[in-house]
Design a protein around this ligand. Structure first.
Ligand SMILES: Nc1nc2c(ncn2[C@@H]2O[C@H](COP(=O)(O)OP(=O)(O)OP(=O)(O)O)[C@@H](O)[C@H]2O)c(=O)[nH]1
Ligand SMILES: [Zn+2]
Length: 319
């Protein structure tokens, strides 16, 4: 996402003001190394009340946060101040672009793309894909679909027709075979400048893809464990990893999991974003788009502006 020069200038100004303020606070505080300037950093992981923060120069610093600061998680941009013992104190939290929550619990922030990974085997299911999309849409998170194991398909033409439906709605789709090494470089380029999260059901190849993108992942996990003195627990913590070819991945077993929290009919409708332009055309303001007369959504179905598979999925999900 490229910012206009004016937006960049505003961001820099806000940042400079925050740093100046953080320095002022630091000057009044005894526990801080007064020679150390406040710096901006990226939260790599949180463990209990501690944060592992990466400085702009790439150092990992174990930090605690001031009490008046919201709890930070992987993906957060913060201002921190080094203390004497090579540790730090987080003094400010930058405004978040977005957040990923599970059962109201904050998991990660500043996500550019949720990558939903599906596969030829176990074969992708439209209703499951739509459920993921509903959750993502309701948290305002952009989504990419990644279709893995394409070398197993005997009818790739049909696969592309199936996913053209999602492309038409506006979701980017990547085709991939980790095993046959097809589409890897294209995907790397697509992930290049973004922070992403990988989701998907068991067996679709999430771990295989992550190992492909970040071959030194285990090394990095060890490095983080040492720094945070967490031992092997780190792998279960939600952590931000840099992808060597560009971009970042926020990952943990908990992040990859997926819950369709009890969604209201309103949230379900909100998840079918291509319905939106037609909803104002319904005769009844409280139209549920099921069997009401003069329904904009049903009319759009007749004119092929809404795909019948998506409409069927909507009907199956609402209660
Ligand atoms: N044929 C084929 N198999 C693949 C491909 N990518 C991964 N696999 C295999 O699919 C199986 C599941 O892959 P994983 O990477 O463990 O899948 P996962 O999504 O991490 O699964 P969970 O850990 O259960 O969530 C493994 O046996 C992989 O070797 C591919 O492109 N083609
Ligand atoms: Zn309607």
């Amino acid at each position: 996402m490229s910012l206009t020069r004016r937006q960049k200038w505003r961001l820099e100004k806000i940042q400079a003001e925050r740093i100046a303020r953080a320095n002022k606070v630091a000057d009044n505080s005894q526990d801080l190394n007064t020679d150390a300037k406040a710096q901006t950093g990226l939260v790599i992981t949180r463990y209990g009340q501690h944060l592992l923060v990466e400085s702009n120069s790439g150092n990992l610093v174990q930090c605690t946060a001031r009490r008046n600061i919201d709890l930070s998680v992987a993906g957060d941009q913060v201002i921190f101040q080094a203390t004497d013992n090579n540790k730090g104190i987080v003094t400010a939290l930058f405004k978040r672009d977005n957040t990923l929550k599970r059962s109201k619990k904050l998991i990660a922030t500043n996500i550019d793309e949720l990558c939903l990974i599906v596969a030829i085997e176990p074969h992708y299911q439209f209703d499951l894909i739509d459920r993921y999309l509903i959750v993502a849409e309701n948290q305002n998170l952009p989504i990419r679909l990644i279709v893995n194991k394409i070398e197993l398909s005997s009818n790739i033409k049909q696969v592309k027709i199936d996913f053209a439906m999602y492309e038409a709605i506006g979701y980017p789709v990547s085709y991939l075979s980790v095993k046959a090494q097809t589409g890897i470089n294209t995907l790397k380029a697509q992930l290049n400048d973004k922070t992403q999260i990988f989701l998907g059901q068991s067996g679709v190849g999430k771990s295989s893809l992550i190992n492909e993108l970040i071959p030194e992942l285990n090394l990095r996990v060890n490095q983080i464990s040492t720094k945070s003195k967490l031992g092997k627990h780190t792998t279960t913590n939600t952590t931000l990893y840099h992808i060597p070819s560009g971009g970042d991945l926020i990952d943990s077993p908990g992040v990859r999991e997926f819950h369709l929290d009890n969604l209201s009919n309103k949230e379900i409708l909100n998840g079918f974003k291509e319905f939106k332009p037609f909803i104002n055309q319904c005769k009844f303001r409280n139209c549920a788009h099921i069997n009401e007369p003069n329904c904009g959504v049903k009319n759009a179905l007749e004119t092929d502006d809404i795909h019948p598979k998506r409409y069927a999925s909507y009907l199956a999900l609402i209660t």
